[in-house]
Ligand binder design. Sequence first.
Ligand code: CTP
Length: 424
Amino acid sequence: IASQAAEKRGWHLYLVGGAVRDLLLAEAQTGTLMINDIDLVVDGFHQAADVGAGVELAKALQQIYQNARLEIHGAFQTAALLWHKDPELDSLWVDIATSRTEFYPYPAANPEVEASSIRQDLYRRDFTINAMALRLTSPRSGELLDFFGGLLDLQAKQIRILHANSFIEDPTRIYRGVRFAVRFGFQIEQRTEEYIRYAINSGVYDRTSQENTKTPALQTRLKAELKNILAATYWQSALQLLDQLGALRCIHHSLKLDGEVLRQLRLLEIYLRKFGQQHNLHDWQMRLEVLIANLEPKYQVKVAKNLQLADDIIARFKKLSETQTEIITSLPNCILPSQSVHLLRKYDWTTLILIALKSPRKIRRKIRYFLTTLANIQPLLNGNDLKTMGYKPSPLFKIILDHLLTATVDGVIKNRIEAEEFLR
Ligand code: CTP
């Protein structure tokens, strides 16, 4: 229907980017294919007025598919149609762009847009395997447009960029290259790797990690790519490859994935399996926080701010080092379980996990015992029980209940009868 709408207006329509790559990969590997992100490009017009062709086509499609939501991104002449097919199923995104060339007035800036042909549109893309198009309009519909050897690279299992400046123009492509390499089991082609190292050595990330960056859009994309990597099943291999390439600099120039950080990240997996769901901990965010927590304390808040992490995370890093010192000095002196409870219950779970990961085994065990057992113990009586027993509601209730909790945690009282006895 989209191609008919384009043909009616005398335009060409192409499927481009990841969907073409995934179609070709699925064909080669006879794998199952689930595409929920479709990129279309409209091309083949000569009038300046047609620069909004993508938007016009999206509007025409929305007339037909009224259950789709339409979003228009004016500055880039693109539109998106979004289907929530079924709340249980994945949604479908269709992005429709007007064929364009992006030129970069200075490195790491947002692309500016001007209309141009499909070849130029493909040339501005990140890797050859992502720079193929499938023509959807007649004549020659179904034809693969592969100007840069994408198909050969797919067969050779390699990630190759199209031009030398690609990583300087868009440093997030380094992360994308690593993600595709690890996800598909491909190699980063030798010249491409040299360009990655060149871009990193030329300081492309140092520009992005300045606190008052002029390119917030870049930070947003960088964070999105980091999230993609850290949320994936292959996060560990991807982090290792990023480290080998020196690309962890984008988080901070001093960040290294040494044995200690890897040990903590692996240990974190156990905590995530145990507490992740119950405490709504996001795997990717926790992995990122472990990386940040291993930087020198003086850098942690700055890095969290640079990555535009949420305010509660920034607040956590403001206190992390002080909290760690307090726990490491005080927890060994906690002999009774209730003493551990009084010390540790002041902190949120992420803080406690981050500190457990970094602590010697004895401290880690005590934190773990708190998280798995002590934190779940409730006082055997509540405020209503106290009222029934004849106590008048007052601020004293809190103190009484706290005493009850202490006695329960330490095993002094084991049931309600003993609790009532304890109060008398
Ligand atoms: N693209 C690019 N440079 C970027 C981001 C995207 O050139 N920094 C181009 C690529 O051609 C890519 C397309 O935009 O194929 C769509 O991007 P996106 O949806 O982010 O990625 P996909 O390639 O579709 O990969 P995925 O399957 O991971 O979504």
